[in-house]
Design a protein around this ligand. Sequence first.
Ligand SMILES: NC(=O)c1ccc[n+]([C@@H]2O[C@H](COP(=O)([O-])OP(=O)(O)OC[C@H]3O[C@@H](n4cnc5c(N)ncnc54)[C@H](O)[C@@H]3O)[C@@H](O)[C@H]2O)c1
Length: 431
Amino acid sequence: MSGTTVIFGADGYIGWPLALHLGTTCDEKVVLVDNFITRQLVSSVRSDSLVPIRSMKQRLEVYRRFTGKDILIFEAADARDPDQVDSVIRRYLPSTVVHLAQQRSAPFSMIDQDHALYTQLANTSTNLNIIYSMIRHVPRSHLLKMGSMGEYGTPGVEIKEGEVELNVKGRKSRVMFPRSPGSWYHISKVFDTYNVLFANKIFSLTSTDVMQGVVYGSRTEEIVDDALATRFDFDSIWGTVINKYVIQAVLLNKLLIYGKGRQKRGFLSLYDSINCLSLLVDNPPDSGRYRVVNQLDEVVDTVTLADLVRKIALEFGISVDMEQVPNPRVEAEDHYYEVESRILPSLGFRRRKSMEQVIREIFETVIAHRARAESMKELIYPTVSWRSSARVSQEFHLPSSFMFPFTPRQILDYYAAPEVDSKTKPELRVD
Ligand SMILES: NC(=O)c1ccc[n+]([C@@H]2O[C@H](COP(=O)([O-])OP(=O)(O)OC[C@H]3O[C@@H](n4cnc5c(N)ncnc54)[C@H](O)[C@@H]3O)[C@@H](O)[C@H]2O)c1
């Protein structure tokens, strides 16, 4: 890595381990930006990270103590505010900007109109603000933008990495592989993709658009102490499927299979997500180029995953049944799914640990925090229906103050605050 890296979304599930990794393995400055809204949004649905997470201030103190290094710098900024983004980019003039600072839950975006609006406004504005600020202050730097494999949907043909040839009545053209997103959240990611592509067209912005699969796991090489843990969401709104299965196995002795359970997705462990992002930071595309990277390790269907979790549960003395539940999502439940992934292997990507190894680690994490999980057990069952047309859901209220960017002052109130307690934490105020 050469030059400063700015990570927007550095307090998150992926952002914090990435910051720790770069802060441990590199010598250049890494600037960590966050507004701590994921902590707030998760608590707005009465949930919390299964693993207690420290404040950013404590995280950085422990990082310094364990590594003896001091290259991670925190900046309080809300990426929805163009001036706050500009202030960070202008002062640090990064050579790489990693953009992870978005609302990342598909079910959250489907709760009601307010949650759909929040998701699309927040995600689009953070992306455009970062693009414009980079063009003004660091037009030759590399934007590493996190998208999702869910942008593609399940098209029934192999998902290519980048462009495909289109042949209409014998005339040929090259176009981006088509997108067919399945939630308001995934649609926001498609919007981002076209905004980054367009910025490349008009400004020659050097950019990598990462189509990431579903991430699972609770550890990385640099999480060497509980105080360095990353968040671990397990409820039906914020959790991802493998993490959720392990919680269901431990607390319910059953796994909830959505519909037929033959939905296939691309997966990668948290170890590999960090490993891939680090490779992409170190290997930007040629200056002025836009590239799409399909970031996944393996494709598995949800019943096969459940079988694997059931088998590993037995090693921990837990026997598990399968329970089919009506699928709350609108999606194909039995379909063809193949994904091309050439760029990361060509940069040297190799899986760090097998899925089985990582699932065993998740069991260890969940069992260690079992008592805490018991108190949030009711959040495991799916509650959000894709077909809800509510203006405002009866069950989950999105505080109106979340619709506006937080000020740096408000964000700093949370910088040193201990873990958010969903039952007692007040709403963020608008100054
Ligand atoms: N976790 C997955 O399985 C997965 C899979 C594919 C893609 N992704 C994408 O990866 C990225 C990171 O995901 P994650 O799982 O770490 O999510 P996360 O919610 O844990 O992390 C996002 C971080 O960004 C911060 N943030 C959000 N809006 C912000 C804003 N306006 N200003 C400043 N900070 C803001 C949040 O507080 C949080 O710390 C997201 O773009 C997500 O869509 C995640």
